[in-house]
Ligand binder design. Sequence first.
Ligand SMILES: C[S@@+](CC[C@H](N)C(=O)[O-])C[C@H]1O[C@@H](n2cnc3c(N)ncnc32)[C@H](O)[C@@H]1O
Ligand code: SF4
Length: 302
Amino acid sequence: MTIGQITYLGWWWFRAKFFGRKAPLQSVVFVSDRCNLSCKHCTVYNHKNPLTKTYEQVKADLEYCYSLGSRFVDFEGGEPTLWQDGDKTIDDLCDLAHELGFFSCTITTNAQKSFKGSHADSIWVSMDGVGEYHDKVRGKGTFERLEKNIKESGHKAVSVNMAVNTLNADGVEEAIRYAAENPYIDKISINFHTPFPGSEALALPWEKRQEIIDMVIRYKKQHYPIMNTVTGLKHMRDLKFRKVCWMTNYVHTDGTRTPECPGSLFEGVCEKCGFCMAGEERAVVDLAPDTIMAGLNLRVKK
Ligand SMILES: C[S@@+](CC[C@H](N)C(=O)[O-])C[C@H]1O[C@@H](n2cnc3c(N)ncnc32)[C@H](O)[C@@H]1O
Ligand code: SF4
């Protein structure tokens, strides 16, 4: 990270903390809702009538996010590695984000397609457990392809992200150990199922979720490569903290723009939020040392 970028972050924090300025620092830009999987926990994919943005539409989205003050972008879908407009691919979108001045560009992928040579600064691979646990959520053979594509990617910053639900809750410990032992994986991030309408049945009972968070904290304290911070995990344990979800704005596939996570649009979803970023964002505003270090570590180019 450059001195200019660190100064920008300090300035952003100062204005948020002392002047109550609610400007996003990162953006989630959905590029398409087309997907090559039908995961059991997902309510985003659209197989019937998939929408894909053009390069110019994504450019307008990025310019808008940048104008709000955002400096980190994550491309999401659907499956972002499937995105294409003529001969342009997701790599051209990452290049564009860099050209426009974003400090870093991330993609979140199911890793069913190769991402070798990806232009993203870091890659989040969604891994919902090891082997059978993952396949139970995402379909037979998906773990094998994920493992192969991670290994062959050659990318220096690949982390995995697990969404814990009733199907894979017993596989969290194994997933943490697997991530620690796999030389091609940097870190694992643990999230919990967020009950968007239609997927409520997959949410964990609250006591089970707390039990898992306590276990993750124990592993974290033993220095396993877990992206979540202890401060953030403790926030997610009871969800009683004041949320600062405006730190991330969203631009959806249909072009609609929301100043925060769309969870707030559905009654009761935020009360059962499983996106651990919510706890981490609170910790950033509170300047929790473990979260600041983790954030910088994530953003520093390797
Ligand atoms: C919607 S997917 C899109 C990107 C890509 N197709 C993938 O699977 O990584 C983005 C992330 O959201 C997670 N996700 C989807 N539905 C969720 C839910 N209801 N609660 C928590 N995480 C969820 C997925 O597991 C994935 O890690
Ligand atoms: S791969 Fe991603 S977008 Fe596709 S169905 Fe699974 S979670 Fe949803």
